[in-house]
Design a binder for this molecule. Structure first.
Ligand SMILES: *Cc1c(COP(=O)(O)O)cnc(C)c1O
Length: 362
């Protein structure tokens, strides 16, 4: 037996590495990044702030200043704290680890965010996926039946969902919170909140089992890796115990604090992207053979069944034209022939549309 066979878990050995496509030289519309930057003046000021940061010191692990800004600017209700993560990916990992009792289960609608299942597997939890309906809306009866049968410790509901863009009904989420009761935590993942303008954050006090998770990634700060979550003090205190004490580095802390002091700029950018989503969606719907799903996020899911051209072929021909979107067709049967594209600036959206139009008519 080799060293690797001795020490590495068989389920990890069987995994393919998480693949991220090299995007150099591409029109990059695959990862829901905000295309807008800060003004040159603000970037220069940010540079001065970052130059003052003491790189030789560990962060102060209470992160009091950053947390206070997040609570104030992001609508965290009075009396509720936040736990910080190196992206929500790390928050998901922390919750998984803290809840990984033998036999514990994680449940989420599928297709959904891949990290829910992956993080469950890493922590040794069983993942149960409950299929959405064919129109990609939540199948509430199926969710409630699975919850009653499986008694999951963690339920994820991305609000809105990735990769579908669907905003589940708030009433369905409330029904799930009530059905789960004190047998599990319901994580409402609001990564796309700035584009959905819908949130469970103000409702934290109503549900002891509700956890609201957010990130600054889709808002325009994907590079700094910062996520936050709020829930009852009792729940947060347990999750805080598994947080690596210095998980937010001093540069991220300083950059986030600076940008949050100018949060109105990010809000204006999000508003522009919401308007662009409407225009891009209408333009895509006019293309023959293209179906556009309703989206409350900064991306659109489309199904391409054009004259003899498969979605796979469309994706490959876009790649050849240096346009990178996401081919999600193999993720789940419900996503057959589906592609996902980030909503970007008017110029980039127009470039994407003209490339897609050319591919579909060639
Ligand atoms: C992008 C995304 C995240 C990831 O957030 P990071 O903070 O960048 O790790 C979390 N949840 C959903 C549903 C997402 O689509």
């Amino acid at each position: 037996m080799s060293l690797i066979d001795h020490i590495i878990r068989p389920d990890i050995r069987a995994l393919a590495p998480y693949h991220v496509q090299d995007a150099a030289g591409f029109l990059k519309l695959d990862a829901m990044e905000n295309p807008y930057q800060l003004s040159p003046e603000l970037r220069a000021e940010l540079g001065r702030r970052l130059a003052e940061v003491a790189l030789n010191r560990y962060p102060v692990p209470t992160y009091a200043g950053l947390k206070a800004r997040l609570r104030e600017k992001m609508g965290v209700p009075d009396g509720f704290d936040v736990v910080l993560g190196n992206g929500s990916d790390e928050l998901i990992a922390m919750v998984s680890v803290a809840c990984a009792k033998p036999g514990a289960k994680v449940l989420a609608p599928v297709p959904g965010f891949v990290m829910y299942a992956l993080s469950a597997q890493f922590a040794g939890l069983e993942f149960i996926g409950v299929p959405l309906r064919a129109d990609l809306t939540l199948d509430l009866p199926a969710m409630l039946a699975a919850i009653a049968q499986q008694r999951p410790a963690i339920i994820y509901l991305a609000y809105p969902n990735n990769p579908t863009g669907t905003l589940f009904d708030a009433a369905d989420i409330v029904a799930i919170l009530q059905a789960v009761g004190d047998s599990g935590v319901v994580i409402v993942d609001e990564a796309y909140q700035p584009f959905a303008q819908a949130t469970f954050m103000p409702r934290l006090a109503e549900f002891d089992n509700l956890l609201v998770m957010r990130t600054v990634s889709k808002l325009g700060l994907a590079g700094i890796r910062l996520g936050y979550m709020s829930a009852s003090a009792a729940l947060l205190a347990e999750f805080e115990k598994v947080r690596p004490p210095y998980n937010i580095n001093v540069l991220t802390e300083a950059a986030a604090a600076f940008v949050l002091d100018h949060a109105d700029i990010l809000e204006q950018q999000a508003a522009a992207l919401r308007a662009e989503r409407l225009d891009l969606s209408a333009a895509l719907a006019r293309l023959p053979g293209v179906e556009v799903f309703p989206s409350a996020a900064n991306f659109l899911l489309i199904r391409v069944r054009a004259n003899g051209k498969t979605a796979n072929a469309v994706f490959a021909e876009l790649l050849a034209r240096k346009v990178l979107i996401k081919n999600v067709g193999k993720m789940h049967v419900l996503l057959e022939d589906c592609l996902r594209v980030t909503v970007s600036t008017p110029e980039e959206n127009a470039a994407f549309l003209s490339a897609l139009t050319a591919v579909l008519s060639s």
